[in-house]
Write a protein that binds this ligand. Structure first.
Ligand SMILES: NC(=O)C1=CN([C@@H]2O[C@H](COP(=O)(O)OP(=O)(O)OC[C@H]3O[C@@H](n4cnc5c(N)ncnc54)[C@H](O)[C@@H]3O)[C@@H](O)[C@H]2O)C=CC1
Ligand SMILES: O=C(O)C1=N[C@H](C(=O)O)C[C@H](O)C1
Length: 269
């Protein structure tokens, strides 16, 4: 019996679920011990390896997270907001590290994580890649250096199946810009411009979302001044960057005290 940490993947058939299964399998640093999908999904009761188009691996996909979580040390969860809150409660009961990549969570969803984090490690980030987490730090620094005469706009592009906007990454970047500028994002955010909108509010942080084709994820932070513009950009071309970050977080969480963490903690940025 291996002593590598046992990992459960929720949303196993999803774009990120399948990528996570590959990355965990290839890593040699963890064991894949469970796979969860929503009730009614075709994969329930079937062998995960076969569903992924390979040889049987003995992991049977289940819609019972409690069953999957028993005997695991961590759950990596890229699903949907309501599902993530439900998984957080079960992961806390089982004292598992819960790595949350799910975006589109409201304040009400996020508030429900705090009691869970009293019992277990939660690592949550709208983007698990090294590049984007570095970009948040750069964004904060630039926003600190420039005054409010420089308009800040976050422009993001994603594939045509994405259901939430602005993206979790765009919100992280907006938060970083707001922090650098010493303002609250909630009171200074502008998005969804259409029609006679009036002039841009001075000092606002704007958000624009593009959806199309198979774009993995692209984010620009535009600082627009008088006579010059500065653009910080991240382009993701492979979902493996998110999966590698999530696996790193799951392993990092193994010896940490219960609490809510993000990828800056994991990466030491
Ligand atoms: N933080 C990060 O680095 C990243 C976050 N994401 C986020 O991850 C989430 C998933 O993205 P994708 O994989 O592209 O979506 P997807 O739609 O391909 O996959 C989601 C999966 O979750 C499953 N699911 C939904 N409700 C469930 C439930 N109650 N129980 C079990 N499974 C359930 C669905 O059946 C589906 O297979 C989105 O919120 C996305 O924004 C995506 C990429 C990177
Ligand atoms: O849904 C996606 O695909 C992605 N979601 C995350 C987000 O909302 O920022 C991360 C990445 O950009 C891909």
């Amino acid at each position: 019996m291996s002593d590598l940490p046992g990992i459960v993947i929720t949303g196993a058939s999803g774009r990120m679920g399948q990528m996570l299964i590959r990355i965990v399998h290839e890593s040699g640093k963890a064991r894949l011990v469970g796979a969860v999908e929503r009730t009614g999904h075709d994969w329930i009761g079937r062998d995960l390896g076969e569903m992924m188009g390979g040889a049987a691996n003995g992991v049977i996909v289940t819609d019972d997270p409690l069953e999957a979580f028993s005997g695991a040390q961590a759950v990596i969860d890229f699903t949907a907001p309501d599902a993530t809150v439900a998984f957080a409660k079960l992961a806390a009961q089982a004292r598992l590290t819960h790595v949350i990549g799910t975006t589109g969570m409201t304040e009400a969803h996020i508030a429900q994580l705090a009691p869970c984090a009293r019992h277990a490690v939660i690592v949550r980030a709208g983007n698990m890649s090294l590049g984007v987490n570095l970009l948040t730090q750069l964004t904060k620094k630039v926003a600190q250096a420039l005054d409010a005469d420089w308009d800040i706009e976050v422009i993001e592009a994603h594939h045509n199946r994405k259901v939430d906007a602005p993206s979790g990454t765009a919100l992280m970047l907006g938060e970083a810009a707001a922090e650098g500028r010493g303002i609250a994002l909630t009171q200074n955010s502008e998005s969804g411009r259409d029609g006679i909108t009036g002039a841009r509010s001075p000092g606002a942080i704007g958000f624009s979302a593009i959806r199309g084709g198979d774009i993995v994820g692209e984010h620009d932070v535009l600082f627009a001044g008088q006579g010059e513009r500065l653009i910080l950009r991240h382009v993701a071309t492979d979902r493996a960057i998110f999966a590698r970050g999530a696996l790193k977080a799951a392993l990092w969480g193994q010896d940490k005290a219960p609490g809510e963490y993000d990828m800056l903690d994991v990466l030491g940025l």
